[in-house]
Ligand binder design. Structure first.
Ligand SMILES: Nc1ncnc2c1ncn2[C@@H]1O[C@H](COP(=O)(O)OP(=O)(O)OP(=O)(O)O)[C@@H](O)[C@H]1O
Ligand SMILES: [Mg+2]
Length: 404
C-alpha cells in the first residue's frame, strides 16, 4: 500500500524521470522521490520476507527461526533477495537443505527474484550444573549411554561423532569404557598411541577429523582390567582432563555399560550437557534403558533422546525387513518420557562389518540410507541440545521416572 502511494507521487513525465535518474547530485540520484519510493517498496518486501522466514519452524530444534534469533539479515537488492541466517547447530550439509526449503517457502513473496540464502552456524555451550567446572575449550559433552551392554552404544557413539563432524562441527570422542574399550578399533586407530611431548598431557589421535581418546591406547588389550569403581572414575576424569582436546563443539563420551555406581559418579564428576540413551527393542533392554534415564535425571542432565538400535533386521540377501526383537518399544518409551526418538536403526550386517573394521558407516557410505539415518540422528541430537541451551536449565522438561 505504501509503495502504491509513493509511486503516485513520482515525477510525472516518465521520459523526464528517466533522464533525471541518470544524473547524480552529491553522489545520489537526482530524482529523490523515485528513490524514496524504491526504498519504501523494498522495506515493505523485506518486512514480508522477514516475517515469512521468521515463521519457519526449524525441524531439528523445533522452534521458529524468529524464536531462535537466527535471522541475521534480509535484503532486497536489484539483483534479488539476500537472506543471511545463523543457526545454533552445525550445518555444513544441512545448510543447503534449509536454504532450499526456505527458497520454496519464499517464492510466493519474492516473485521471480533470485533468492540467495546464506546459512552460517555457531554452537553455543550449555551451562553445566553448579559445582562442576566446564572443561576449557569444550562447549558441550554428550554422553552416549545404555542400561545394558552390547546394545550398540559404542557403534552409535562413533557414528554420532562422525556425523556431527560431517556437518562441520569440531568433535572429540572419549571412550569411557575402561573395561572394554572399543573406539581404537572402531575408529581405525588400533595401532595408534597418543603423543605426550611434555609428559603431562596427551595429544589425541585423529580419525576422520575426530579426536579420539581411549584407555585402550594406553593398556594392553589382552590384560583384563581389575579396577574397582573409584579407580575407574579417577582414571577417566584424568583421561578427560589430560587430553589436549583444543576447541570442541561436542565431546561424545562412550559410557561404560550399566547404571551402577561408576556411571553415576562419572555423570556427577564430568560436566555432561546432555545424554543419548541407546537401547535395543527387547523389553529387558528397554527396562534397563529406563534406569539409564533415571540416572541422568538424578544428576540433572537432560536426555536428548533415545536411539532404538537393531530395530529391525534387514536380510542381506533379499532386503526383507523384519522386527525380530519386537516393534515400537523405543518410540513408546520416548513418548512416555516426553523425549525425542532420535533414530530407529536396523540390525544390518553392513553396520557391524564397517564399524568393526575401523571405518564406521558414516564414513564408509555417508550417502546411503544407513549413513543418512546416522546424520539425521546427529542433527536431532544437536537440535535437542540447542533447544535445551535456549530453554535454560529450569525450562527443559523434567523426566519423571516411575519405579520399574
Ligand atoms: N545396528 C547394528 N547392526 C548390526 N550390528 C550392529 C549394530 N549396532 C551394533 N552392532 C554390532 O554389535 C556389536 C556390539 O555393538 P557395540 O560394541 O557398539 O555395543 P556396546 O553397547 O558398546 O557394547 P558394550 O556394552 O560391550 O560396550 C558390535 O559388533 C557392533 O558392530
Ligand atoms: Mg561399548
Amino acid at each position: 500500500m505504501a509503495a502504491r502511494v509513493a509511486k503516485a507521487r513520482l515525477c510525472p513525465k516518465p521520459l523526464i524521470r528517466r533522464a533525471l535518474s541518470a544524473f547524480r547530485y552529491n553522489g545520489r540520484p537526482f530524482c529523490r522521490r523515485r528513490t524514496a519510493a524504491r526504498v519504501s517498496m523494498s522495506t515493505e518486501r523485506e518486512a514480508l520476507l522477514r516475517q515469512s522466514i521468521g515463521g519457519y519452524i526449524e525441524p531439528y530444534i523445533g522452534l521458529s527461526l524468529e524464536e531462535l534469533g537466527a535471522v541475521r539479515s534480509v535484503r532486497v537488492t536489484e539483483k534479488g533477495v539476500d537472506v543471511s541466517l545463523e543457526l545454533p547447530i552445525p550445518a555444513s550439509h544441512y545448510g543447503a537443505e534449509l536454504a532450499a526449503a526456505l527458497k520454496a517457502r519464499l517464492s510466493g513473496v519474492a516473485g521471480d527474484s533470485d533468492i540467495r540464502v546464506d546459512v552460517a552456524w555457531n554452537v553455543a555451550a550449555r551451562e553445566v550444573r553448579s559445582g562442576l567446572k566446564p572443561i576449557q575449550g569444550i562447549r558441550n559433552i554428550i554422553a552416549v549411554a545404555s542400561g545394558k551392554g552390547g546394545v550398540g552404544k559404542s557403534t552409535t557413539a562413533a557414528n554420532l561423532a562422525l556425523a556431527l563432524a560431517r556437518e562441520g562441527a569440531a568433535v572429540g570422542l572419549l571412550d569411557a569404557d575402561i573395561y572394554g574399550p572399543s573406539q581404537p578399533t572402531m575408529m581405525g586407530l588400533k595401532n595408534e598411541r597418543p603423543a605426550s611431548p611434555d609428559q603431562r598431557t596427551m595429544i589425541p589421535p585423529v580419525a576422520y577429523g575426530v579426536k579420539v581418546m581411549s584407555i585402550g591406547f594406553l593398556i594392553d588389550e589382552e590384560q583384563p582390567m581389575v579396577w574397582r569403581g573409584p579407580m575407574v572414575t579417577q582414571a577417566l576424569v584424568q583421561l578427560l582432563e589430560t587430553t589436549r582436546w583444543g576447541d570442541l563443539d561436542y565431546l561424545i563420551v562412550d559410557m561404560p555399560p550399566g547404571t551402577g555406581d561408576t556411571q553415576l559418579t562419572l555423570s556427577q564428576r564430568v560436566p555432561v550437557s546432555g545424554a543419548v540413551i541407546v537401547s535395543t527393542p527387547q523389553d529387558i533392554a528397554l527396562l534397563d534403558a529406563r534406569k539409564g534415564l533415571r540416572m541422568f535425571q538424578k544428576v540433572e542432565v537432560p536426555v536428548l533422546g533415545i536411539v532404538e538400535n537393531m530395530s529391525t533386521h534387514v536380510c542381506s540377501k533379499c532386503g526383507h525387513e523384519e522386527h525380530v526383537f519386537g516393534a515400537g518399544g523405543g518410540r513408546r518409551m520416548a513418548e512416555q518420557y516426553g523425549v525425542p526418538l532420535l533414530a530407529e536403526l536396523p540390525l544390518d550386517i553392513r553396520i557391524r562389518e564397517q564399524t568393526d573394521s575401523g571405518k564406521p558407516t558414516v564414513v564408509a557410505e555417508p550417502d546411503s540410507q544407513l549413513g543418512r539415518a546416522y546424520l539425521e540422528l546427529a542433527r536431532r541430537a544437536a537440535g535437542a541440545l540447542a533447544r535445551a541451551i535456549i530453554a535454560g536449565p529450569a525450562a527443559f522438561p523434567t523426566i519423571r521416572i516411575e519405579d520399574t
